[in-house]
Design a protein around this ligand. Structure first.
Ligand code: PRP
Length: 186
């Protein structure tokens, strides 16, 4: 466990570094088995949230692969979200004809992953799948396909391991629930 003090804004730790590492290794094993016959796998991490998950997941893959990133910005987050998503940085690898796996930290309403899958599908990859570390089914507004899910969680604001609140707490080495008063007063 980390020596870093737990911030006051944290209500409780949901998944510690060992829990996360165990599950990430399992996901990597499953993905490696499923892509054992291709040498043209491209994992696309969605910035910023997926950067830690992506780094850990890819280091446990046993199949050849490349990595790339896409950065998005979303409007109207929260309960009134209408799901508007804007791309602010595209991938550099041309995904046409390649096996693409989109890697996300969290699937919440589903708007972001839905947007990403539409974009990449239009570029005609050989195959297109998605991997999310966390899924919050209670928040879903768009029915979006997910091929690999790390953990299913309840509707709480989760930070750490890449996930933020107002761009803070991303680098905590665990996944934790934020105290409701922190985001309710905002
Ligand atoms: C978060 C997360 C997903 C998205 C999921 O990104 O990283 O990309 O929200 O939400 P949805 O399913 O409701 O669309 P955010 O906009 O917070 O940006 P960040 O990754 O840079 O933190």
């Amino acid at each position: 466990m980390s020596d870093r003090p737990v911030p006051d804004a944290i209500e409780r730790i949901l998944l510690d570094d060992v829990d996360i590492a165990t599950r990430v290794r399992e996901l990597a094993a499953q993905i490696s088995a499923d892509y054992s016959t291709t040498d043209d796998l491209v994992l696309i991490g969605v910035l910023k949230g997926a950067f830690i998950f992506m780094a850990d997941l890819t280091r446990h893959l046993t199949v050849p692969h490349r990595v790339d990133f896409i950065a998005l910005s979303s409007y109207n987050r929260g309960a009134d979200s209408r799901g508007a998503v804007r791309m602010i940085m595209d991938t550099r690898i041309n995904v046409t004809g390649r096996d693409v796996l989109v890697v996300e930290d969290i699937l919440d309403t589903g708007h972001t992953l839905d947007y990403l899958l539409r974009i990449f599908r239009a570029r005609q990859p050989a195959s297109l799948r998605s991997c999310v570390l966390l899924s919050k089914p209670d928040r879903r507004r768009v029915d979006v396909p997910v091929d690999y899910t790390g953990f299913t969680i309840s509707d709480e604001w989760v930070v750490g391991y890449g996930l933020d609140y107002a761009d803070r707490y991303r680098t905590l080495p665990y996944l934790a629930a934020l105290k409701p008063e922190v985001y309710e007063k905002a």
